[in-house]
Design a protein around this ligand. Structure first.
Ligand code: NDP
Length: 458
């Protein structure tokens, strides 16, 4: 599509056009970087307490517009309205949490000869944020909160498929008092606008969430200008269920952990490992839970799972459930327009075993693979046998075992007897090819500041 043509934004549940918006190109990125660079000196000079107040005001305005933003997100991303409301609550919480940061960006004093040495944390300048379509405003907020708190100006590039909440958020942030130019949104294709941000010499850092493949190209591109980079990439996370676990609880929770957001979640526990003696009981409970999932109109209050994001993505997900696929059972999905795909459980893994695509690749759709294991050692080996290392769960009634396994897994975010990964106040990010750097919690600020050491001769 040519620069500044119109971009049709679709509603995945109906395939209808939801909005048409101007389509940004590389020149729009350059202008946004210029605006951000012009706004940066004044923003970094805002007193810490006033910057905190600005973030608090953003948190408040998101709460006031919760329903409007949630409806927009639910329609544009095809996610259940209840989930979208929860996501908007998290967006507000993120800004509330990082409102505490400007006044707590502490440094060290270091004993040295001949004077005083201490450290301060400086903002980086103009930061480029590139975010995906699965949790559009939430993932943007994870980056915006610490970036703005630390005094950076930002250019945010939402995914072309889901730009609407980012554009509306930028209007609300201005209304809340964020100075003009501090936050700029450029809605255009990744291969053009994202790539320009990565190569732009005026951008100091790229914070990216998306596929490992694009993450690699961003890391390579950023090397040209020695940009700082944080990458939150794909996953193929294990959900390990030992026979001594509360099987009913583990089986009831497992569908939500992989079919939530229609499986389009980098933390999806898409590899379910079950200790052999528990296999039959677990599968029976899991089937009951999967067939009960309510898949349908994202705007209906009781909906638990919506459609996939696009026709192209549905085609890719379908390729994992071809004619020969070992389908153990499936849930339901509506007919008619919309990019629907029924929740599907594969077991056994099928031809190729643990070298099959379904076991190794990130499907990013509602497809789970179940595999039995015998020993704790085997569970750890199978769980770690992946290029990814984002999240995972361990279900066991033996606390010592659960802790041993948690330490042995190569992953950044783990939960025991629970499948939750994300909290505003705890660090989130991956090992191995799931990326580097941490979002959320106190650690995120490290990724948006440079440490400066100053010596004063006495
Ligand atoms: P991408 O990695 O392609 O997209 C993520 C973001 O990067 C989007 O804003 C995209 O823009 C942008 N982008 C794309 N190409 C470039 C580039 N060359 N330079 C800079 N930015 C770029 O993910 P997809 O949307 O294609 O999804 C494909 C797969 O990625 C999924 O099936 C899933 O496996 C994984 N994924 C993982 C996510 C996670 O949360 N870890 C999130 C999304 C996807 P635009 O879309 O506008 O072109």
């Amino acid at each position: 599509m040519s620069q500044n043509a119109t971009l049709e934004v679709l509603e995945p549940a109906t395939e209808a056009v939801l909005q048409e918006i101007p389509h940004a190109g590389a020149a729009d990125v350059d202008r946004a970087v210029e605006r951000a660079a012009a706004a940066f000196p004044a923003w970094r000079a805002v007193t810490p307490s006033d910057r905190a107040a600005a973030l608090r005001a953003i948190s408040d305005i998101v709460r006031e517009h919760r329903e409007e933003l949630a409806q927009l997100e639910a329609r544009n991303a095809g996610k259940p309205i209840g989930d979208a409301r929860g996501e908007m609550d998290m967006v507000a919480q993120v800004f509330g949490y990082y409102a505490g940061s400007p006044e707590r960006l502490l440094g060290d004093t270091i004993p040295v000869a001949g004077g005083q040495a201490w450290t301060v944390r400086e903002p980086l300048g103009v930061v480029g944020l590139i975010v995906p379509w699965n949790f559009p405003l939430t993932i943007a907020a994870w980056k915006l909160g610490p970036a703005l708190a630390a005094g950076n100006a930002v250019v945010l590039k939402p995914a072309e498929l889901t730009p609407l909440t980012a554009l509306r958020f930028a209007e609300l942030a201005l209304e809340a008092g964020l100075p003009e130019g501090v936050l700029n949104v450029v809605a255009g294709p990744g291969s053009v606008c994202g790539a320009r941000l990565v190569e732009h010499p005026g951008v100091a850092k790229i914070a990216f969430t998306g596929s490992t493949e694009v993450g690699r190209s961003i890391a390579a591109g950023a090397a040209q200008t020695i940009k700082r980079v944080t990458l939150e990439l794909g996953g193929k996370s294990p959900n390990i269920v030992f026979a001594d676990a509360d099987l009913t609880a583990a089986a009831a929770a497992a569908p939500g952990a992989v079919f939530g957001n229609a499986g389009q979640d980098c933390c999806a526990r898409s590899r379910i490992l079950v200790q052999r003696p528990a296999m039959d009981a677990f599968m029976a409970e899991l089937e009951r839970a999967v067939t009960a999932i309510r898949v349908g109109d994202p705007l209906s209050e009781g909906t638990e799972m919506g459609p996939l994001i696009s026709a192209g993505h549905r085609e890719r997900v379908s390729s994992f459930v071809d004619n020969g696929a070992p389908v153990a059972f499936r849930g339901s999905a509506p007919d008619g327009p919309g990019f629907w795909f029924a929740p599907t459980v594969l077991c056994p893994v099928g031809a190729g075993g643990t070298s099959s695509r379904a076991w190794r690749e990130e499907i990013f759709g509602p497809v789970a693979v179940v595999i039995p294991f015998d020993t704790e050692e085997e569970a750890v080996r199978l769980a770690n046998d992946t290029i990814y290392g984002l999240s995972g769960s361990i279900w066991s009634g033996d606390g010592g075992r659960a802790l041993r396994v948690a330490r042995a897994l190569d992953a950044g975010v783990l939960s025991i007897n629970s499948n939750t990964s994300v909290r505003v106040s705890t660090p989130f990010g991956g090992f191995k090819q799931s990326g580097y750097g941490r979002e959320l919690g106190p650690h995120a600020l490290d990724a948006y500041t440079e440490v400066k050491s100053i010596f004063y001769a006495t």
